[in-house]
Write a protein that binds this ligand. Sequence first.
Ligand SMILES: Cc1cc2nc3c(=O)[nH]c(=O)nc-3n(C[C@H](O)[C@H](O)[C@H](O)COP(=O)(O)OP(=O)(O)OC[C@H]3O[C@@H](n4cnc5c(N)ncnc54)[C@H](O)[C@@H]3O)c2cc1C
Length: 414
Amino acid sequence: MPGRLHTTVRSAPFSLYVHCGFMRRMARRIDTYLKRLVSEEKFDFYSVVRDFADAEISPRILDWERDHTLVPDDAIAKMGELGLFGLPIEERYGGQGGDHTDLVLMGLALGYWSHSVAITPGAALSLGAKPLQLSGTEEQKQAHLPALARGERMFVFGLTEPGRGSDAANPQVTAKKNASGWVINGEKCWSTNAKWASHVIVHALTDPDGRNGRRSTCLIAPMDAPGVHYQEMSGKRVWEQSSTGSIVFDNVQVAADSLLGEEHNGFKVMATTLNGGRLFIAALAVASIAFALDKCSTYAEEREQFGAPIGRFQRVQDVIVDLDIAVERGTTWLMDLCGRFDKGTLSRESAAKCKVDCSQVASDLLVQAMEVCGGVSCLDEFGLIRHHNDLFVTRVGEGSNYALRDLIVRPLRS
Ligand SMILES: Cc1cc2nc3c(=O)[nH]c(=O)nc-3n(C[C@H](O)[C@H](O)[C@H](O)COP(=O)(O)OP(=O)(O)OC[C@H]3O[C@@H](n4cnc5c(N)ncnc54)[C@H](O)[C@@H]3O)c2cc1C
């Protein structure tokens, strides 16, 4: 890890949170595991983001929930000041020069309080900037990455459509070549960060007769191009502070140099990106388990029934132990897979397995954690219900767990 990330991250934030009592931070079990798993430098970085979240997110998240507001601009700006939007972007493009481990550490630190907050820089990087880093030309990288790293631009990942979810390799959005480049028509939906987006990476059908996986192309479209219409999706009761948009393309003309990656090989661009994105989603699931573990173990010692703490009941202890095992296992697994992702050796199956398992285990355990804490779990201010609801997205997002099992089983069948 280049020193610059930590210099930047360390020097910027302290003034932001001294006033908010980060000294009162609750001890976190997850910290014990992370300390063993990552270098001192990386743990310092995690601690800075964790303390920022304790000071800036934790005291405000309940108000945002009750007011049904998206992550406010000032919170996004503060994450930008911390350098989070440039975290794994190469230093030569103005980023912090970090790696996927840093990104996942950020997910664990921010996701502890709010998936919505964590996914804002998380999706901007793992789904927005990543395809450009992996498949962009040098000109495209120079044109966009510095502004993305500064948080002045944001790319969204336009894969899902109203009629194409899991069957994403066969988009209904089309792009047709003309003398000036490409003309895009159709609709994308569930696009995270759409409200703040400067550009959308559109996965469009370009060769209907091509073989499976070779029918589509990725194009970079500016959100302010004529014919692009964005609307925030209403009625969403998960990740409530995260922007999720529908984006309609009505004869949108983009230039020939908007092509991202190879023509008719767009699904490869999207699929490669999703490997890293799935690790970030798994990190959110592990962050929820970590939160539930701290909450449950504290509550079980404080809450008395029948004249003694409920922590003396075997069944309550079982849940706490299961949460603890899941945090240690999840962090260990994630750190291993992030290392492989950075070396380019992470298989699609391995990333999928981690996402499927961490999200499944987390949502099962959250229900049990809520049961341990009883009726108080139903109160928004207690925090568990937020994780319970938000965890559903980790099961369907970036590939539904059921569909991903199809991918996982392939190498197991002869
Ligand atoms: C909050 C949120 C944010 C999102 N952000 C983005 C984003 O930024 N960009 C983006 O492109 N998309 C995004 N998505 C979309 C997400 O990736 C899709 O929801 C997901 O891929 C599943 O697609 P679907 O919801 O259309 O479900 P469908 O594909 O309709 O599937 C419904 C169900 O059918 C079953 N199923 C489908 N296929 C199979 C199969 N092969 N085997 C077994 N069962 C199967 C599964 O149970 C599945 O859950 C987001 C979604 C949410 C909820």
